[in-house]
Design a protein around this ligand. Sequence first.
Ligand code: 4AD
Ligand code: MG
Length: 453
Amino acid sequence: MTEGNGAAIPAVGPEEGKDLPPVVSIENISRFEGQEVTVQGWLYNLRQSGKLLFPIFRDGTGLLQGIVAKKAVSPEVFALTRELTQESSLIVRGTVRADSRAVGGYEMDVTQLELVQGVPVEEPFPITPKEHGVEFLMHHRHLWLRSQRQNAILRIRHEISKACRDYLDGEGFILVDTPILTPAACEGTTTLFETQYFDDKAFLTQSGQLYSEATAAAFGKVYCFGPTFRAEKSKTRRHLTEFWMVEPEMAFATLEDAMKLAERFVTFVVQRVLANRKRELETLGRDVSRLEQVEVPFPRISYDEAVEILRRKGSDFEWGGDFGGTDETLLSEEFPKPVMVHRFPAAIKAFYMEPDASRPEVVLGVDVLAPEGYGEIIGGGQRIADRNLLHRRIQEQNLPEASFDWYEDLRKYGSVPHAGFGMGIERVVAWICGLEHVRETIAFPRMLHRMRP
Ligand code: 4AD
Ligand code: MG
């Protein structure tokens, strides 16, 4: 079989009967100093200087500069290397040597190089080291993911997702997955994606919360972690139509418990990334001094106090309104670490929010705003426990009662005060990585005007 420029695709993996050097990941290369190893990857860049070639290899875990000396390899390997095109796939063997000047601190004296698939010269890899516009890069997202910057972002995303799970698992929460196809709205009816469900219709879930309330009554402490959908017509740097949310929910818990969990949870996640993803944060040029300030406790302000702050800062924000992106930025600028805003007007929050007993016009909800202008990363609070009140709210908001009968059951059979929240992973990635826009925080973003690739 031949492909691209006609190079044969060799079998990958140890050839029988031969004692080949071990296949290693570039991220672990320091463990193999002085040894002969095999690296499987792609050509990132190539420089030539007389009888020396300096290919840089990439294997998804890091970059490694190779040195191909004319006198150290066969004439075929030298000629092959000299003609290598960007992103051609290859298998390379050689000896690892420390060199403080090299990317990653190590180099490889190459002895063997096999081409797996050569990128044709007449159809070069579209993304070159020169500057490209955002639209072009988004259009080529499937290839853009190979860049060092995107690699660093998605590795940090992985760390964040894992930290979320590790923290909640460690605190005794049970992961219970919730459905994506649902019969009803959770977060208001204006952002629902509707889809055909045989002879009926269904909606893509906006949040697993309602189901997590059921599982919290079954397990005590639970979380769900999955994709959620909002038909947001907003074209902002914070909105996606498909995003991932981690949602812990606790039985016998109040707004206060949700806030305590939120600040510990966020702190744990940030500290995990600082501890394990130093190199990636460096690649992104992130100023980590701001992240290092993230520690419990977080400042807490009421919605009323938030309105005062906004007005003091020159905004004409009126009590009763919902915060927009600019308001959130103004508020978060006041604090060096995330700030928790609680007790919002009932009218701007979801139907399930528990009213404050001493002041029923506000609800026991909380938003966590990230610092440095990254806006809301968490929304949650205490849920209505009373059966009659919940029923009234469902009617007031004209929600389809038949779809909520099971949810109302939870208030019929051993209702308890309960609370939780949802944290949007992409917003957290954008903040921790210091990114301009959430479009780079997920491998294949879905936005108002983008469904490709
Ligand atoms: O504040 P939201 O709408 O809260 C809920 O969905 C609750 N049911 C969660 C719960 O209590 N279990 O969304 C929660 C978080 C936001 O703070 C934000 O981080 C993220 O989800 N989010 C979005 N992220 C990207 N694009 C969007 N369109 C988002 N909408 C919400
Ligand atoms: Mg919210």
